[in-house]
Write a protein that binds this ligand. Sequence first.
Ligand code: GLY
Length: 397
Amino acid sequence: MDEDAFVKIYGVAIKYSTCHGSIPTITQFPNIVPPSTGAYRLAGPQAWTSGFFAGLLWQWYSWSLDHPQLVPSTELETLARTWTIPLAVSAQKSSHDVGFLINNTFGADYELTGNEAALPTLIAAAENLLGRFSDRTGFTRSWDRMGPYQDPNKTFLVIIDNMMNLELLFHVSKITGKQEFAEAAINHARNVAQKQIRPDGSVWHLLVCDPHSDQILERTTWQGISDESTWSRGQAWGIYGFAAAYRWTGITLFQEKSIEMAEYFLSRLPKDGIPPWDFDAPEPAVKDTSAATIAASGMLYLISTARPDQPALRKYLLGAKELIHSTLAYARSKPSSFTEKNGHLQIHDLGFESILMHATPNLSQRPPEQIFDVGVVYADYYLIEALQRLERFCGGG
Ligand code: GLY
């Protein structure tokens, strides 16, 4: 990982920290970088994307402990916490996205620094997610309402993205010793494995369930091109989510599903190695670099769980490496210009504010809006995570 990636993240953190006197107050968080401005469009603390920037700062803090940066670890720790604390309000709102928002931020703070002040928010977020679990359906509810599905008493919506929020439940189960958090997560993951993954290892984006039974009413999509297509970011969420579920439980089914999904992802990549936004979109298809980095980091997570009798899983190390190399070659934005003097970093021109370009938040015909070919904070988050995981496996990307 190079200096420029760090300089961009640090520069964004400074640019968007607003201050009342000497106290930073952050109410808006980096989300999307349109190519027309090259500057982040911000979102409020409850947007599903709002934890990734603080998460990036925690990743840099953790990295800086072994790899001295232009800025000392103590300053990075303060900065990461400054961006984390204003997200506490998100733990209270009933939402399946609390894992993205709170585990990557308050959870990271607790894991990296042992800061017990992070615990009440982390536990509140897990309780919030547990409150969305239903014994009848066997799932945690994703969206309350979407499009034609407006009555939560008639439809119970589950999207594959929700696999990513289970780590919050596993994490808090371990911290508190309360099994109900882990049991809900295991139930959810088992039902996704059985009902949402197709026999060829691809995934339906959206399950519409009967809230009063274990019946599935529809297997459909919201963000893919069609019900039977494979939305590439959804496939990536599944690879990662099942690898995580296996790491926390040792349940073989979860590792098997992560492998099947990784296999499918790699088998559908085009020659240039960059995933299209939907694997069934007609060529030339718009790309999604966030699908690439999430899948790469998920594959590295998967192989970190490999048992000694599973040397074949090493192939996903190569798959992840190639994904990262092709994505950086295709989509890396121009470096920022900066100088460093006496331990003081001065950024002259931040340039395009995310490290990667060419991601696709949504290109389906459905609301809220079509946005594509932009930088997104979550592509950078999983890029940096993947690069750190690669270094652990083989001493560099
Ligand atoms: N979790 C929302 C998305 O991936 O677009």
